[in-house]
Write a protein that binds this ligand. Structure first.
Ligand SMILES: C[S@@+](CC[C@H](N)C(=O)[O-])C[C@H]1O[C@@H](n2cnc3c(N)ncnc32)[C@H](O)[C@@H]1O
Length: 237
């Protein structure tokens, strides 16, 4: 019997959007090799009643449509989720690399992609959804957020990235952004690659990269830099 692989279950009104970009490049190759799997649950297939509608107008008035709780419930039950389901929403906690590692360590994840004005609040109250946001902006639907989240999980699954050192030396690994990268040509329009990187002196290169990562983090993301320093202080105590 085949070993179960990490599975992403996606509840969506637009199953044709999947795998989409997840069928290309690294994630697509890993999908073809069976290193992860994708299950699409078409929310529309779970609508019942005379009109089989998935949404309705908001009580109290206001613009747009809201996804019905009974339809989402039926779709969620069809997913037979073994883990806490996730609703992608601008209200959620912002996604970060730590959460990606945690989700990639689960056997499966179940994602609900909202549309229109979102979902009826009662379905959120009735099930213990984890709520995750991609950032402080509004997408037209949860699908692009689901694709981004799945892509970030898949690349950290065992065997997906050929050289796993890529994962140990990347942004957020130690709470810092990544150091600058250079490749050929050595001299591009008069801009030369820092000479030390050609020295072959691994310890000095490591130190240079560490210093550069700290400078970039300090400049670009003072919030991350502050957290990094706090963590270092705690480790020293
Ligand atoms: C047009 S949005 C609804 C926005 C909602 N009326 C609000 O103001 O918060 C439709 C769906 O897109 C998804 N979505 C939008 N922005 C998102 C974000 N930043 N992160 C994750 N999902 C998002 C959610 O699933 C949401 O239900």
């Amino acid at each position: 019997m085949n070993k179960p692989v990490w599975t992403a279950k996606v509840l969506t009104l637009f199953p044709e959007m999947f795998p989409g970009p997840l069928g290309c490049s690294l994630a697509g190759k890993a999908l073809d090799k069976g290193l992860w799997s994708l299950e699409k649950i078409d929310i529309r297939a779970h609508a019942s009643g005379k009109n089989a509608s998935v949404d309705s107008t908001p009580f109290g008035g206001g613009p747009g449509m809201v996804l019905r709780p009974d339809v989402i419930q039926a779709a969620l039950e069809a997913a037979c989720s073994k883990t806490r389901p996730i609703y992608l929403t601008p209200r959620g906690n912002q996604l970060d690399q730590q959460r990606i590692y945690r989700l990639a360590a689960e056997k499966e994840i179940t994602l609900l992609c909202g549309r229109f004005e979102g979902v009826d609040e009662r379905i959120l109250e009735a099930y213990d959804w984890e709520q995750i946001s991609l950032g402080d902006f509004v997408l037209s639907g949860g699908e692009p957020a689901a694709i981004a989240l799945i892509d970030a999980c898949v690349r950290v699954l065992p065997g997906v990235i050929g050289n796993e050192n890529s994962l140990t030396e990347e942004s957020f690994k130690e709470g810092l952004l990544e150091y600058p990268q250079y490749t050929q040509p050595f001299d591009w329009e008069g801009r030369k690659v820092p000479g030390l990187l050609l020295s072959g002196h691994h310890k000095k290169i490591r130190e240079w990269r560490r210093g550069a990562a700290e400078q970039i983090t300090k400049k670009q993301r003072p919030d991350l830099w502050h957290k990094h320093q706090e963590r270092r202080k705690l480790m020293k105590e």
